[in-house]
Ligand binder design. Structure first.
Ligand SMILES: *Cc1c(COP(=O)(O)O)cnc(C)c1O
Length: 381
């Protein structure tokens, strides 16, 4: 019998959480209510008491942060071309212009050395992304932001549970946006939260979250701005509350498995294949993903073929992500091949290998064996 199919990720939801969800469903109140309040309180505690509001995605959180910061038409926002397309779509959504800066091929994050050259009089913010959970250097990032009086909207969708120099991501900085999508380290199925600086911002976030409505007393209702429909349900919030106590264990498990990947992929014979490994960070990263970059110039097959062959061997992989500026929408706005060579190379060759808390060391060995077999069989002479 062959081994079961290994997905590249899989959520861990315990029985207590499932029972808790059933309780919420029976309670008579299933949309935003007491579970949302409790989840927000726990998240705020997690980020050292900063104001936190939850939403139904980690996309609207960034859009709302842009709106709170007053960023719209005529303004520019600097970001990375190697991310989930939400990162720059939100900039277009508010009518502003994304300005891409190439990545550092080692960290695969925004190359901070290139940010200042991209700043113009229209620049108002930077949206850095902690790809795979590896934090962008917060000291350098905020030094640049302060020097040029820019807002920062951290797209920390992938870095819940990561830290920077001993402090949790979310506990420091300007706006911090987390996603609780099913694939993220902590999930509410779909959802997200925004960490803000003060109660004024939090009040605005609540307005943008639900049709701009402000309620007072028993019957008072006022609307002063155009809000959306972005509230999280109590059912989802209960899932998040059940996940939070496991966050540290999840991160520890992921780190241990990442270490094993490095061990197995670090032998001289495997290194000789030319595979590019991620930064071996065991202090800051939550190891949201373990991503390798295939050595395109040395292989006779493309990434899609590697993925197909791994799939045939019962192993799921993912692509996070193709370079954003080469999507049709962005090409129409003027970007083209060659604009950001590092992001383009990664976009063509990056491959996410299975990594999740319930993965076993034997699974990791199986993945590495299969990958090495496929690559070895398709090396250029
Ligand atoms: C997941 C993700 C988002 C969006 O989160 P959703 O909750 O799916 O809206 C944004 N940016 C990055 C980098 C992500 O990984």
């Amino acid at each position: 019998m062959s081994a079961p199919f290994l997905p590249f990720t899989r959520p861990t939801i315990d029985d207590e959480t499932i029972a808790g969800v059933a309780e919420v469903l029976r309670s008579g109140w299933i949309t935003s209510g007491p579970q949302v309040k409790a989840f927000e309180a726990k998240l705020s505690e997690y980020v050292g008491g900063r104001p936190v509001r939850v939403f139904n995605s980690g996309t609207c959180t960034m859009e709302i942060a842009l709106r709170i910061a007053g960023i719209g038409p005529g303004r520019e926002v600097i970001t990375t071309p190697l991310s989930w397309v939400a990162t720059s779509n939100v900039v277009l959504d508010v009518g502003a212009k994304p300005v891409f800066v190439d990545i550092d091929p080692l960290t695969r994050n925004l190359d901070l050395d290139r940010v200042e050259a991209a700043i113009t009089p229209a620049t108002r913010a930077i949206i850095p992304v902690d790809l795979s959970g590896l934090p962008v250097d917060r000291d350098r990032l905020y030094a640049i932001a302060q020097r040029h009086k820019l807002r920062v909207i951290e797209d920390a969708a992938q870095s819940f549970g990561s830290s920077w120099k001993g402090r949790r991501i979310g506990a420091i900085g300007d706006f911090v946006s987390f996603s609780f999508h099913a694939n993220k380290n902590l999930t509410t199925i779909e959802g997200g939260c925004l960490v803000m600086n003060d109660e004024r911002e939090a009040k605005l976030a609540e307005q943008y979250r639900l049709q701009g409505v402000v309620r007072t007393g028993y019957d008072g209702m006022e609307v002063e701005l155009v809000g959306g429909k972005y509230n999280l349900t109590d059912v989802a919030a209960r899932v998040g509350l059940g996940q939070l106590p496991h966050l540290e264990t999840f991160t520890t498990k992921r780190r241990e498995l990442a270490r094993l990947y490095f061990e197995l992929l670090g032998t001289p014979s495997v290194r000789a294949l030319g595979l590019r490994l991620p930064v071996a960070d065991f202090t800051h990263s939550n190891w949201h993903m373990f991503q390798v970059v295939l050595p395109e110039e040395r292989l006779t097959i493309k990434r899609a073929d590697v993925m197909a062959k791994l799939h045939a061997a019962g192993i799921g992989t993912g692509v996070h992500y193709p370079a954003i500026h080469l999507f049709a929408l962005y090409r129409r706005l003027g970007w083209k091949d060659g604009d950001f060579p590092n992001a383009e190379y990664a976009g063509r060759n990056i491959l996410t290998l299975p990594l999740f808390p319930s993965l076993t060391p034997a699974d990791v060995e199986r993945v590495v064996d299969a990958l090495v077999t496929v690559l070895t069989a398709h090396l250029k002479p």
